[in-house]
Design a protein around this ligand. Structure first.
Ligand SMILES: [Zn+2]
Length: 274
């Protein structure tokens, strides 16, 4: 737990204010407030610390490790499916989890699990990203398609029912597809890249809907423990901004830009066809 110690060390440098409270000291020299050796490269939104790239890597990964250990997320020998969409969250999750699994000897049998909805031109680029992750992180990849699981691609569904209401089909199919793919691959658990911002959004949505049952469940780090395959969120305490930073200041930035471009093209496509 070197990072926890490092974070505690940084907190100890906080200065006392007149009312007795303390706040993080802002280094005028822009030195990293953890190692005090290198130049600060970013300001953490969570703690307002100015830290260097190397220290950010350490605290980012060790906070996720702490969340995994504190909540007893996994047991040695478990087979874990990483829900991989090719987006920033699941790409960083695949990297961090494979890295922590090796560093801390979790003893997990990890693999990437992707869903191909069968929408012409939509998944092609993101599946290419997942295939690159397979090679980069040395994780086996299983792609399950709507066609294989349900006998229909989304293109065929849209042809049959039109543009209206097809999101309902896609949403339900997609949720089931991850479960079915994981069951097919004999996984014990599914992990997804849902982060603290996603969970905050879900909390607000459930309050607005008055859905008390979901409100109590949506903040859990593991859900579906009474079902066949539980789902876990190792990024429960991780801010989206830091996931983006982890992506941008690593070699994965090209992947991030490719994903952003794909998303933009998809939005343009939707606007043109609506
Ligand atoms: Zn540092």
């Amino acid at each position: 737990m070197e990072a926890a110690g490092a974070t505690a060390g940084a907190t100890a440098t906080a200065t006392a204010t007149a009312d007795g409270s303390s706040k993080p000291r802002r280094s005028s020299s822009r030195q990293c407030s953890i190692c005090n050796e290198r130049k600060a490269a970013l300001k953490r939104p969570k703690t307002l610390e100015q830290i260097c790239r190397e220290c950010f890597y350490v605290v980012f990964e060790e906070e996720i490790h702490k969340a995994i250990v504190d909540s007893h997320l996994f047991r040695p020998g478990e087979r874990v499916a990483i829900g991989a969409s090719g987006g920033k969250d699941s790409t960083v999750l695949a990297y961090v989890l494979s890295h922590l699994n090796r560093r801390h000897n979790y003893g997990l049998d990890l693999f990437l699990l992707s869903v191909d909805e069968g929408i012409t031109g939509y998944r092609d680029d993101s599946l290419e990203t997942v295939k690159r992750n397979e090679v980069q992180y040395g994780l086996p990849l299983k792609i399950v398609s709507y066609k294989d699981l349900y006998g229909w691609t989304m293109d065929e569904i849209v042809k049959a029912i039109g543009m209206k209401n097809n999101c309902t089909f896609c949403g339900v199919f997609r949720r089931q597809a991850l479960d079915r793919g994981a069951a097919l691959m004999k996984a014990d658990k599914i992990v997804t890249g849902h982060n603290a911002d996603d969970i905050a959004e879900t909390v607000i949505l459930n309050i607005l809907r008055g859905d008390i049952a979901r409100l109590s469940r949506c903040t859990l780090i593991t859900t579906g423990e009474d079902g066949p395959i539980p789902r876990c969120k190792p990024f429960k305490y991780t801010y989206e901004k830091e996931i983006v930073s982890r992506m941008l200041i690593s070699k994965s930035w090209t992947t991030f830009l490719q994903n952003a471009f794909t998303l933009l093209m998809h939005i343009v496509d939707l606007l043109v066809n609506s």
